[in-house]
Design a protein around this ligand. Structure first.
Ligand code: ADP
Ligand code: ZN
Ligand code: ZN
Length: 630
């Protein structure tokens, strides 16, 4: 629930409304334009609209206040305070026709249209295949029937792009619901939804919890994205809830992705989800070609190989845009002593501190702890050197190699301020910034029209992940980021740098593509009895004393065992990163064939353990279907 609603605040809010008077309607605009063009611009807007809420006018003419003084004095306009209404579903003037849909798109649309009752559709469409066009056509159909449509995207950064497309195509301003809004804006959307005064709702994860009345369709775009899972507090999967809510409303739900999650894919294999495929890129765009660069030959210490620099040059010469993807922010992930190998670690976590060279700072990404960067080793006084690359170091290297090009870094460090992400994305999309350096943030969903080369600086972290979802994630990340290249006229190319070119993952990905990885991984999961062939639950505990963490988990295990469970209980074990923010963390993993007895046992566990004194000493949680095992 939005905070203001929880606190029982009133929605009534007074806002300024600018009204044109009878005097104002009759002024001589032509002569005013000669004397005071800005005043004339303001008057001309109001002549057309008669009355405008200040926030609307802010959008059309941001400097209006400055030029409203004289018109108010002359009684051409007046400002009235009105109660903000939230009843308007903003109809825009025009809608435009979309591209002529291809046969795969038509089939997908027809299949969903035919289903007037609950059905889950897995829309498996390669990047740029026109999934969004499929959504738009279906949304328009739902609206015509007088129902609402909900579209979920995984990240705030993707809201504007799809918002624009909905406005342009359907001529309807979607109601937005996400954490980028103010408390009041969220409250208003919530109320609108509750009172059936919306048509199209566009939001991130939490929008799935809104009090819909009249839903006709739910779309979950990029359904594989882990952002759909809330991983703290009230843990829920918005994707799974979307399916549940669609079932309750008895309406279709579409899960769309170029890299479906194994869970969803398996539901299609089991004939629970209906499968819709878009195998080709829409229009004349082609899927990009992929190449590996072996970092063992001609390795460069700044993270960019010679071969890579050459390719970037070629793309610049051909007027293409380049996206350099790096999974880490900061300058370098490790600071190590040249002679004694001492590594600067966080004193509160089991982790290394990231170097921020320009700020002369060391920062722990896990707890936020900061330390001044000192050039010499505290153990032996030798020189400390930065090992590995973060986005800032890659940005610096690129600046050295390409001093004449505009380089734009987009990561969570560069986009802290409100609206800075949108501004940066705008700049990126015009193609003015020739080289983009970005983390995860840039890898998904975005459409850059002149982007022709995608570079994955280092894929090796993912190759040796100790999470059972490691290879699924790596494949998803690479295919998603690769999918940004060549989305329009320019043919795309993808270059991946690795120190392990012989790893079996590469031929699997290059020859078989995502499908092959999915099939292989599903087989592995089946053999090891991991999800989706079993259900898992992670019970996590943490405390500033290790013994409290462990006695809590032992106690929890005892309660579970006493119920003679038909599922297995693994642990307690320490979390992969045991110490975080001065807390010691441990976990129990439950693995089960079915959900029923698991859920029953968890209920008993919660009941019994909450009566123990011990629970006051630990922070603990139960995560059903965890997506990360730490
Ligand atoms: P996806 O959502 O699968 O990434 P989009 O719907 O964003 O794909 O489509 C990618 C690009 O191709 C967009 O610019 C879109 O307008 C265009 N497009 C989509 N469908 C067609 C089509 N049938 N013919 C021509 N262009 C299309
Ligand atoms: Zn040293
Ligand atoms: Zn830390």
């Amino acid at each position: 629930m939005p905070g203001n609603l929880r606190k029982g605040r009133s929605l009534t809010k007074f806002i300024d409304s600018i009204v044109i008077t009878e005097n104002g309607k009759n002024i001589d605009l032509v002569s005013l334009k000669k004397r005071a063009p800005k005043q004339a611009a303001l008057m001309s807007i109001l002549m057309k609209n008669h009355i405008l809420d200040s926030y609307v006018l802010n959008n059309i003419f941001p400097e209006w206040k400055k030029y409203s003084k004289r018109p108010i004095e002359k009684n051409w306009i007046k400002i009235e305070q009105i109660i903000e209404s939230f009843t308007d579903t903003q109809k825009l003037d025009k809608s435009t026709k979309g591209p002529k849909l291809n046969s795969e798109q038509k089939k997908a649309i027809l299949d969903v249209k035919k289903s007037h009752t609950f059905n889950t559709f897995l829309l498996d469409g390669v990047t740029g295949s026109g999934k969004t066009e499929v959504y738009l056509s279906l949304i328009s159909d739902v609206i015509e029937r007088g129902q609402d449509a909900l579209i979920l995207v995984p990240e705030i950064g993707l809201i504007n792009q799809i918002n624009r497309r909905i406005e342009a195509r359907l001529g309807i301003k979607p109601s937005q619901y996400h954490s980028g809004l103010t408390e009041n804006e969220r409250f208003i959307t919530w109320k609108k939804i509750q009172e059936s005064k919306t048509r199209v709702i566009l939001g991130t994860r939490s929008a799935i919890l809104a009090p819909f009345k009249n839903l006709g369709l739910i779309v979950v775009d990029e359904e594989h994205d882990i952002s759909y899972k809330q991983q703290e507090g009230f843990r829920y999967s918005a994707r799974d809830l979307a399916v549940m809510r669609a079932k309750n409303f008895n309406i279709p739900v579409i899960l769309g992705s170029a890299t479906p999650s194994l869970e969803s894919f398996n539901q299609h294999v089991n004939n629970k989800y209906k499968y819709l495929a878009l195998k080709k890129r829409a229009g004349n765009a082609k899927l990009p070609s992929m190449h590996l660069i072996d970092l063992n030959n001609g390795h460069s210490e700044d993270g960019l190989s010679k071969l890579l620099i050459k390719s970037i040059n070629e793309h610049i010469e051909n007027d293409g845009q380049i996206l350099v993807f790096i999974n880490r922010r900061g300058f370098a992930p490790t600071l190590i002593c040249k002679s004694c190998n001492f590594i600067t670690e966080c004193s509160r976590c089991d982790s290394r501190m990231t170097l921020y060279l320009s700020k002369k700072l060391l920062l722990c990404h896990h707890c936020g702890y900061k330390k001044k960067y000192i050039k010499s080793c505290i153990k032996c006084d030798s020189e400390m050197i930065a090992l590995g690359q973060g986005s800032q170091r890659i940005e610096d290297s690129l600046k050295k190699h390409f001093p004449n090009e505009q380089i734009l870094r987009i990561d969570s460090d560069s986009t802290r301020q409100k609206n800075s992400l949108n501004e940066a994305l705008k700049k990126a999309k015009t193609g003015k910034a020739k080289i983009l350096v970005g983390t995860q943030m840039l890898s998904k969903g975005h459409h850059f029209s002149s982007l022709s080369l995608v570079v994955v600086v280092n894929a090796d972290q993912g190759l040796f992940s100790n999470d059972f979802r490691g290879s699924e994630r790596l494949a998803q990340n690479i295919i998603q980021v690769a999918g940004r290249a060549g989305r329009e006229k320019k043919k795309g190319q993808v270059i991946i740098q690795t120190e392990y070119p012989d790893h079996p993952f590469w031929p699997l990905l290059f020859q078989g593509g995502y499908k092959e990885i999915v099939e292989m991984t599903l087989m592995d999961r089946k053999n090891a009895n991991w999800p989706p062939y079993s259900f898992i639950v992670l019970i996590r505990a943490q405390s500033h004393r290790k013994k409290y963490t462990w006695s809590f988990l032992e106690e929890a295990k005892k309660i579970l065992v006493s119920q003679k469970p038909d599922f297995s209980i693994l642990g307690p074990v320490s979390a992969p990163m045991e110490k975080k923010a001065s807390h010691y963390r441990g976990q129990l993993l439950l693995q089960s064939e079915g959900r029923k007895s698991l859920n029953q046992s968890l209920k008993v566990l919660i009941d019994e353990i909450e009566r123990k004194k011990l629970v006051r000493r630990v922070k603990w949680s139960i995560d059903v279907d965890p997506i990360e095992l730490f």
